[in-house]
Write a protein of this length. Structure first.
Length: 276
């Protein structure tokens, strides 16, 4: 009959049997996850079958997604089965959420790969529920189709980008009120507004040193319409959206316009909006 010594394992033995490295087993000792074994005359650790079974339990719980901290809690718990059940129920919810997220990411990747969409441009998971430009123009058109068309020519693309962000439920009401406010504000200023809208669009086709474009920019600096145009780009109706969201919109619109503008359009926006 074999002596007890034949059933004692070195760290090399137990590492091979458990499929782990020496470093991993020493780390488990260090964090208190695996009890320290007795040591032999040469001070080497001498492991038992109990240690091997403990390592198997640790590996099994790791495969279920538990962290080392959670595994330590389970192994030291008075009622490890109940604690394991609780942790696994939470892990199940987490994994299901991850599956949904990864499925959405996979669908988006497949859409990019199956189309000619530029992957550097954002592809939004869901289209916006509302269109700021549609709401604003619908509010303005009964009073002035010319104003609605002029505003759409300048801000349609910008507001489409603003729509993509996450806003409060009152977002569509906000833009409806913006449209009505613009009608009141521009009732006596329709012609100057349309004129400067047309000039702004024309600047997009001019070179940076175009004398006509530079003259327009100098003219707006001295024009009473400067404040009027500025208010168009920074709608303010604090009663409808949370103040922080309104501030974000006031920042986004001029910055998006500036980002897409030509050199002269940017110069005009700097004059109007104090963009640096």
């Amino acid at each position: 009959m074999k002596s007890v010594k034949h059933f004692i394992f070195t760290i090399g033995d137990i590492a091979r049997l458990a499929g782990l490295t020496h470093k991993t087993i020493r780390h488990y000792h260090k964090i208190g996850l695996l009890t320290e074994p007795a040591r032999g005359e040469n001070n080497y650790r001498l492991y038992s079958v109990d240690h091997l079974e403990a390592l198997q339990r640790i590996q099994h719980l790791k495969r279920l997604g538990l962290s080392l901290h959670q595994i330590k809690q389970v192994l030291q718990a008075d009622d490890p089965e109940t604690l394991t059940q609780t942790i696994l129920l939470k892990q199940q919810d987490y994994i299901q959420n991850q599956i949904r997220t990864l499925s959405q990411q996979l669908a988006e990747i497949q859409t990019y790969l199956s189309t000619n969409i530029d992957p550097l441009q954002p592809l939004h998971e869901n289209p916006p529920k509302h269109s700021a430009m549609r709401i604003v123009t619908a509010s303005i058109k009964p009073s002035s189709s010319g104003l609605a068309d002029a505003l759409s020519a300048v801000e349609e693309g910008v507001l489409a980008k603003v729509d993509r962000y996450s806003w409060a439920e009152s977002y569509d009401e906000f833009w409806h009120e913006v449209g009505q406010a613009l009608v009141k504000m521009l009732a006596r200023e329709e012609s100057p507004f349309i004129l400067w809208t047309e000039r702004y669009l024309a600047l997009g086709d001019m070179t940076e040193d175009d004398l006509q474009g530079l003259a327009w920019i100098q003219e707006i600096q001295q024009s009473r319409e400067r404040l009027l145009i500025r208010r168009i780009f920074t709608p303010q109706l604090p009663s409808l959206l949370p103040e922080t969201e309104q501030e974000q919109i006031q920042k986004l619109i001029p910055l998006l316009l500036y980002q897409e503008g030509s050199a002269l359009q940017k110069a005009l926006l700097r004059t109007l909006l104090n963009i640096q």
